[in-house]
Ligand binder design. Structure first.
Ligand SMILES: C[S@@+](CC[C@H](N)C(=O)[O-])C[C@H]1O[C@@H](n2cnc3c(N)ncnc32)[C@H](O)[C@@H]1O
Length: 292
């Protein structure tokens, strides 16, 4: 073969490799490569995440915190127990706890340990917040536990994508509120199987997940908001302590409680979970193959 042809083939292969890596690692942030890659990329990204995002506190309060608290107040939920799935650096917990009229408790869960470390710095000394290192695909909580479940800019990264939203609904109490984003815009079209059109998202939440009062709201250039309720009704859970709601991810049945040493132990299978120096409860090492 001519040297020029070899050079052109080599160049083409390099460009194809570069585009492939850009797509898999940058544009789609590892979402097609499994949760371990997503966690690793967010671990690398954690130290500059807040700087890059540069959220406007007024905008955050006006579009996320106030509408959520307003809805809860009109429903008579004075002190909600909130779960923020894929909490990242603690955006939602910090925002809620900044609101003078938020009387509840908030649990943040994420797969990236370093994102949680950043969240822990933000929530330092906040007695009404807890952070858990675990996957969203298999939430370590009993059914019908939370008054509110939020999931902001995240579910497209979950291994099961829209299928994993079933877990969010499982842990929400009947009548509880779900606040979730849906990715839109050009990038969303480049993520087949991981994103849904507005109509498909509406149908998924209603027909497949059985949610009611599903409402869509335009929010940012690349994300919309969806509000919904879990069908049925039940009395608000309120700010229950973590020791009453944490399900062991190893045996999938036992309740996890704190020990004097600081670790958490399962009352059923006696598996132990460490607590980091930053206070994050490290349940991920207990994850059972195949989930619960
Ligand atoms: C774009 S960030 C959003 C973080 C936060 N919700 C916010 O709005 O700033 C996506 C987050 O999803 C988390 N994540 C991705 N896959 C996950 C999974 N399977 N389980 C739990 N968290 C996951 C990532 O670690 C990352 O913190």
């Amino acid at each position: 073969m001519e040297p020029l042809a070899l050079i052109l083939i080599g160049l083409g292969a390099l460009i194809a490799l570069g585009v492939g890596l850009w797509y898999l690692l940058w544009l789609t942030e590892g979402m097609y490569l499994g949760w371990r890659v997503v966690a690793l990329l967010y671990d690398w990204y954690a130290f500059r995440y807040d700087r890059t995002k540069n959220y406007d506190p007024v905008y955050e309060t006006f579009f996320l915190a106030r509408p959520l608290l307003h809805r809860l107040q009109t429903e008579g939920v004075a002190a909600p127990l909130v779960l923020d799935v894929a909490t990242g650096t603690g955006r939602m917990p910090a925002l809620l706890l900044e609101q003078d009229d938020f009387q509840g408790r908030v649990v943040g869960l994420d797969i990236s340990r370093k994102m949680l470390f950043r969240a822990a710095l933000k929530l330092y000394r906040q007695r009404r917040a807890a952070l858990i290192w675990h996957t969203a695909s298999d939430l370590p909580f009993f059914d019908n536990t939370f008054d509110v479940v939020t999931c902001i800019e995240a579910w497209e990264f979950f291994p099961g994508a829209r299928e994993d939203l079933r877990e969010l609904v499982r842990v929400l109490r009947p009548g509880g509120t779900l606040l979730i984003t849906n990715r839109t815009g050009t990038d969303a079209r480049l993520m087949p199987g991981k994103t849904l059109s507005t109509a498909a998202m509406q149908a998924w939440l209603t027909d497949e997940l059985g949610l009611v009062d599903v409402q869509h709201e335009r929010w940012q250039v690349d994300y919309d908001l969806f509000w919904a309720h879990k069908a049925g009704s039940s009395v608000p859970v309120g700010p229950r302590p973590l020791a009453e709601i944490l399900r062991c991810p190893a045996c999938c049945a036992g309740q996890m409680i704190p020990t004097e040493s600081g670790a958490w132990v399962c009352l059923s299978c006696e598996q132990r979970a460490a607590v980091g120096e930053d206070g994050v409860i490290e349940l991920l090492p207990l994850l059972r193959e195949g989930g619960c």
